[in-house]
Design a protein around this ligand. Structure first.
Ligand SMILES: [Fe+2]
Ligand SMILES: [Fe+2]
Length: 308
């Protein structure tokens, strides 16, 4: 159905297009001044994804689901301030008009009110999908190059090796989703178990980055982050050991864990944006991992009742 194709594509880009734009910014901010060519390359991807997001937001009005708009995966109450602070601290430009437009989308609640059978819109979405595929291929290649150069000791960056691997995996999921939309016109995506394993690992790694980037004096927060990492590790282990019959129980455990984790990340984003938490975490990185938790929560809540 054209309607599905249009809305699923736009929803995917609203979340992942922004994620890719921010990965580019984090990479850019992490290179030493010596590596001007890497900084320039990362900035190019940042600009390209920003332009893509601009086009997506234009088309999204009235064409994306309210479940997505209200989930907190596109923007949160902190995104605007987090962008302003990050831009001020790094000197990297961020077009916050996009954020304001996205906020307006969520407030308008015009979901599903447009005629999705419009072939012209489907054509525009196809162009956007193809462009997103090209850009994501390029960004993945760049992330792979960064990893290779780090491993060969010819590149230093303030981003952990695991963080670059992590953002490469997220780009891989985005790429697979757009490719599926182009191939089949819809998204069946991963099985519930695959989805939970993917995102539980992502959540565990966020906890590992957070604990490693907090100031050593933030002992309580470091302990809490360590606990979250352990709890997600246990969920991943359980998923490996149990058979498919137990997935319902795992979904409920993942949901409860991620609700607590989302609250921890929200408090962290507020503290980092207001400079009351010390560490090496850019405000936008804190908001970024909060949005990823919100995205995962929506997926968990939308798991069909038959699979719970
Ligand atoms: Fe990410
Ligand atoms: Fe992530």
């Amino acid at each position: 159905m054209i309607g599905d194709y249009v809305s699923l594509s736009l929803e995917t880009h609203l979340f992942f297009g922004r994620i890719m734009k921010e990965h580019s910014l984090f990479l850019m901010a992490g290179f030493p001044a010596k590596n001007a060519d890497y900084i320039k390359r990362a900035d190019w991807f940042r600009e390209q994804f920003e332009e893509l997001l601009r086009e997506v937001v234009e088309l999204a009005r009235g064409r994306v689901g309210n479940n997505v708009l209200s989930s907190g995966e596109i923007v949160t109450e902190y995104t605007f301030d987090a962008e302003r602070r990050t831009s001020f601290l790094t000197g990297i430009e961020i077009d916050s008009r996009i954020t304001a437009q996205e906020k307006a989308l969520a407030q308008e609640d015009m979901s599903g009110c447009r005629d999705e059978r419009n072939r012209r819109i489907a054509q525009l979405v196809r162009q956007i999908n193809r462009k997103a595929l090209r850009l994501t291929d390029g960004l993945m290649e760049f992330k792979e190059k960064v990893l290779k150069d780090m491993a060969e000791c010819c590149l230093f960056t303030f981003n952990y090796h695991l963080l670059v691997e992590h953002i490469l995996r997220e780009a891989g999921l985005y790429r697979r989703m757009i490719a599926e939309l182009e191939r089949r016109g819809t998204l069946d995506g991963q099985s519930v178990l695959e989805m939970e394993n993917f995102w539980n690992r992502i959540m565990m790694e966020h906890a590992l980055f957070i604990r490693g980037l907090l100031d050593p004096t933030e002992e309580n927060l470091i302990d809490t982050a360590d606990n979250f990492a352990d709890e997600y590790k246990a969920l991943l282990k359980e998923a490996k050991e149990k058979d498919c019959m137990a997935t319902g129980e795992l979904s409920i455990k993942s949901l409860k864990e991620t609700e607590r984790y989302r609250d921890f990340k929200a408090a962290g984003t507020k503290g980092i944006t207001e400079f009351s938490i010390a560490g090496l975490i850019l405000p936008l990185l804190a908001d970024h991992v909060l949005r990823e938790a919100n995205h995962y929560l929506r997926l968990l809540k939308e798991v069909p009742a038959t699979e719970k």
